[in-house]
Design a protein around this ligand. Structure first.
Ligand code: GLV
Length: 314
């Protein structure tokens, strides 16, 4: 049976699919850079996570045929190098759309209503009774939502926003006429989106073009009452510029599930009351993670079985 490296423990549902067909070598915990290439020697497939850097050192492994990542994002994999070496790369799109959109919406509401700050206030014993001036936030119903990157997840956030009677504008690489019809969404320039949105929610993949898409200039255009939410990839936002904007209350708040130097978090963010910070958990629901593991395993087995991989990105 072909050997497969699983770079860290994954839900049983995915492993159960692999066991009858391949010899699984599973690392008990995350592998350090360089270790994947060492542990992957003699493997025909690698089932990896978004925390695993897959570069030429790994892709050069003799006999490697497939890298199946248990994520929708593929920015941790050198796709050009994979193509050059005829190593197939697959991902897990679709199955995490709802979970990720739910978390983006949770961050929208949590930042608007200052939930992190409010809970810290109560736990610190500072709640002395109802106060008409206490912890006033922003109303979300009827406000304008700006979607940066209207792919599957961005569109799902917009669908959820309809329940809050929000007006939706978007800025994306491609025009999305179906989405415009369904959600009454309007395509706008990046500058118009920044300047007029009450909530900006980021859903672009990380590429050379989207790195620091939200920079100091973008943040300077935003309304002082506006909220920024990022559930895509940290480097899409210039974190230093965001810290400055939040510190000076030039925007109302930010909700972040991802960070530029993940798992490191900009120390400035940690001090701010108007930032809600989460440890990259957008797809972390039990059923979603099970589906992701199954999908990654199915992709991997398809390639090793000589079939077309359902979710091939390279
Ligand atoms: C999560 O960030 C993913 O890319 O699946």
């Amino acid at each position: 049976m072909p050997r497969v490296l699983v770079t860290r423990p994954i839900p049983e549902a995915g492993l159960a699919l692999l066991f009858p067909h391949v010899t699984v070598e599973m690392s008990p915990g995350p592998l350090q850079p360089g270790e994947i290439a060492r542990r992957g020697e003699g493997c025909a497939g690698i089932l990896c996570q978004l925390t695993d850097k897959i570069g030429a050192d790994v892709l050069d492994l003799p006999g490697l045929r497939v890298v199946a990542t248990m994520s929708v994002g593929t920015d941790h994999i050198d796709l050009a190098a994979a193509r050059k070496r005829f190593v197939t790369v697959t991902n897990t799109p679709g199955c995490l759309t709802e979970a990720t959109a739910e978390l983006a919406f949770a961050l929208i509401l949590a930042t608007a209503r200052r939930l992190g700050e409010a809970e810290r206030f109560l736990r610190a014993g500072r709640f002395k009774g109802w106060d008409p001036m206490l912890l006033q936030g922003q109303t979300i119903v009827g406000k304008r939502l700006g979607i940066l990157g209207a792919g599957r997840i961005g569109q799902e956030v917009a669908r959820m926003a309809k329940g809050f009677r929000m007006e939706v504008v978007y800025h994306s690489r491609l025009a999305e006429p179906e989405f415009e019809k369904e959600c009454g969404a309007r395509a706008v320039s990046k500058d118009e989106l920044a300047a007029t949105s009450d909530v900006v929610s980021i859903h672009t993949p990380l590429t050379a073009e989207t790195k620091h898409l939200v920079d100091a200039a973008f943040l300077a255009r935003m309304k002082p009452s506006a909220i920024l939410v990022n559930t895509s990839r940290g480097p899409v936002v210039d974190e230093g510029a965001l810290v400055d904007a939040l510190r000076q209350n030039r925007i109302f708040a930010a909700g972040l599930d991802v960070f530029e130097g993940e798992p490191a978090v900009h120390p400035g963010l940690l001090e701010l009351e108007n930032a809600i910070l989460l440890p990259h958990i957008a797809s972390a629901t039990v059923d979603t993670r099970n589906r992701m593991a199954v999908m990654a395993a199915e992709n991997l087995l398809a390639v090793l079985g000589g079939r077309a991989a359902p979710n091939c990105v390279a």
